[in-house]
Design a protein around this ligand. Structure first.
Ligand SMILES: [Zn+2]
Length: 367
């Protein structure tokens, strides 16, 4: 079935475990019966859709910006995987046109990556000459994005032959304060242990990857309520990154060590009560549409199936948009996914949604 409805969806709500009886009309949810509504689904498990909190619609293989048709295809792939909301963690191209197209997942943007010359993948961010330009650049990206700014916290320093932080503590403090004054939150790509203390002391809101977390920085993140988006399925690429870096043996060994310790590090972060959210890092090194693989990793690392699902769905949505604990309330956008069985006890169910609905309209795969 396709079209604008009105529709009726009944089933078991994933957030509460209670029966739901939702009417979809005019793109929004109504809890009051809507005359003439047709049954869309009567006995599925109904949730608000998955959330990929670290995704790059707009970046393709080779870590380069893609054209509009490819970006649209990437967004469609995420939607067909049940992802209805994603946080774009930095792209070099403008994907705003997708906001006006029906049937596309909602994208919350972080503008472009902010890094120093030769200290990140080439061509993804604006050209900064030195770190003194960071605060102004942060303010500019805050105005470009949808409430987030993305910093590159560390990267290989080829003179040093190892990972190294990009920014001084002083400039980070100033830059993060500028973002907060613009109403934006700040996150940073961080692999090493060394870059974390200055970012956390400067008041950052989220850490991407976090492979270098230690007991000390884990405790600091938990205390300051700094979120973690680990992108475990991309950390699985560390050994191949190391294999390609034989000119930098110290760096290669460092990457292998971070990778070897990763299961313990992630388990400790979860155990400490850090707010962990699911992100795939789809774009250059990871294919789009793999959110369930990340949820499997989070579940195995200690979150359990129900905890991992919440971290990749309604909890992440609340973190990113301020939505209620159960987003499927009267007047909310009619965005939901129906599953044939209960994914809270079996995440594999997430791989075959019965139905994806955006803006009150069922979205057949590939449409
Ligand atoms: Zn990324």
């Amino acid at each position: 079935m396709t079209g604008a409805g009105p529709w009726r969806v009944r089933g078991i709500g994933l957030v509460t475990g209670e029966p739901v009886d939702l009417y979809l009309s005019g793109g929004t949810i109504s809890l009051d019966p809507v005359p003439g509504a047709t049954d869309l689904s009567t006995d599925g498990f109904v949730g608000p859709g998955l959330v990929d909190a670290h995704c790059h619609v707009g970046i393709g293989p080779g870590s380069v910006g893609v054209d509009a048709a490819t970006a649209r295809e990437q967004a469609r792939t995420e939607r067909d995987a049940g992802v209805l909301l994603l946080r774009d963690a930095g792209v070099p191209v403008d994907t705003r046109f997708l906001d006006d197209e029906p049937g596309m997942p909602r994208i919350i943007r972080a503008g472009r990556h902010l890094a120093l010359p030769k200290r990140y993948l080439r061509g993804l961010g604006p050209a900064l000459d030195d770190e003194s330009q960071l605060p102004d650049a942060v303010a500019e990206q805050a105005r470009r994005g949808d409430g987030w700014v993305k910093l590159v916290g560390d990267w290989i320093d080829r003179d040093r032959g190892d990972l190294a932080p990009l920014w001084s503590a002083e400039i980070l403090t100033e830059a993060i304060a500028r973002a907060h004054a613009e109403g934006a939150r700040v996150t940073a790509h961080v692999f090493s242990a060394e870059a974390l203390p200055d970012l956390l002391d400067a008041g950052i809101d989220c850490i991407e990857h976090g492979t270098g977390l230690t007991d000390t920085t884990i405790a600091q993140m938990a205390r300051q309520k700094v979120a973690l988006v680990p992108t475990s399925i991309n950390i699985a690429n560390f050994p191949s990154i190391a294999d390609g870096a034989d000119r930098f043996p110290v760096y290669a060994a460092h990457m292998r060590d971070l990778h070897a310790r990763w299961p313990t590090t992630l388990a400790a972060a979860i155990e400490a009560g850090i707010d962990v959210y699911a992100g795939t890092d789809a774009g250059g090194f990871v294919a789009h549409g793999r959110i369930v693989d990340e949820l499997d990793d989070l579940a195995a690392a200690g979150m359990g199936t129900a905890g991992a699902l919440a971290a990749g769905s309604w909890r992440a949505r609340r973190w990113l948009t301020g939505s209620p604990e159960d987003p499927l309330v009267d007047g909310a956008p009619a965005d939901l996914v129906v599953y044939p069985a209960d994914p809270r006890t079996d995440l594999a169910v997430l791989r075959t949604p019965s139905m994806v609905v955006l803006g009150g309209r069922p979205q057949p795969p590939g449409s």
